[in-house]
Design a protein around this ligand. Structure first.
Ligand code: PAF
Length: 265
């Protein structure tokens, strides 16, 4: 694996996986998926200040550079790009708007977050010029908004990677205490329980009632949406998805799951 600091050293037409570091098995799976696409696999590590609406969150965002290099090298990354701030933001970069969906759910709780995400992703794409880019479904709203600014880059969605007990992998999980980690299991438990319901009303009820069983989890939102519009799902909504966000130990956690069985009102 080659480690580069300038995009001019990257191969064109690659599969690209942008990250903010603190790599874990979820990223490793994205890198392996990139390796199956028959070309170079470029990963970037850039902690993008523009997408942090909260100074403290940016400061405490986990940084594990040595481990990141090991994980990338072991999982098929051919080029690891560690850009300098000035390469990404040379001073004349226009802040893109994520549009109306960017103000809902995650965007409502984190104003400006998605404008920062789409701005950096578009900038990264302009510098790397990848053929494909791979993103995890765990950040489903992010994935949806990135598709809107992707231009001719093919966006590949990778299913959420979970621990054996259901917890969705996230760089933020390392900030959970032992009891917090165990409390966090309520999120996937709620999603799995809702996903076997057949009516919209009972799925919503199960989602909320399961979450209410864990007092350590402070719910921000938990509902079932139309996954294309990010509006509350109605019975005739084709693609329904449950989305959850909240806090444990002051750590923000999100997760989501498709609700294929929900076909009744
Ligand atoms: O999901 C992430 O790690 C970040 O939001 C991304 C897509 C790398 C943009 O900074």
């Amino acid at each position: 694996m080659k480690i580069v600091t300038s995009a001019s050293e990257l191969p064109s037409g690659c599969a690209f996986i942008p990250t903010m570091g603190a790599l874990h098995d979820g990223h490793a799976n994205l890198f392996r998926a990139g390796g199956k696409l028959n070309g170079s696999v470029v990963a970037s590590i850039f902690v993008n200040p523009l997408q942090f609406e909260n100074e403290q969150d940016l400061k405490t965002y986990p940084r594990t550079p040595d481990r990141d290099i090991e994980i990338a090298a072991a999982t098929g990354v051919t080029h690891l790009w560690l850009p300098r701030y000035e390469e990404i933001y040379p001073g004349n970069i226009e802040l893109l708007s994520a549009g109306p969906i960017g103000d809902l759910f995650e965007g409502k709780s984190r104003p400006g977050h998605f404008d920062g995400v789409v701005t950096v992703v578009r900038r990264l794409f302009d510098l790397v010029k990848p053929q494909q880019a791979i993103f995890g479904e765990k950040d489903f709203q992010q994935l949806t908004l990135i598709r809107k600014v992707a231009g001719d880059v093919e966006i590949i969605a990778h299913p959420t990677v979970r621990e054996a007990d259901g917890l969705a992998l996230s760089s933020r999980n390392v900030r959970l205490s032992e009891s917090g980690r165990s409390a966090a299991l309520v999120i996937s438990r709620a999603l799995f329980a809702a996903s076997i319901e057949t009516s919209l009303q009972s799925a919503r009820k199960t989602l909320l009632e399961t979450l209410a069983q864990e007092s350590a989890f402070t719910v921000d939102y938990a509902t079932i949406i139309d996954e294309n519009e990010f509006t509350e799902a109605k019975i005739d909504t084709k693609s329904k998805r449950a989305i959850i966000a909240g806090w444990i130990d002051g750590v923000r956690l999100i997760d989501n799951m498709q609700m294929q069985n929900v076909v009744l009102p």
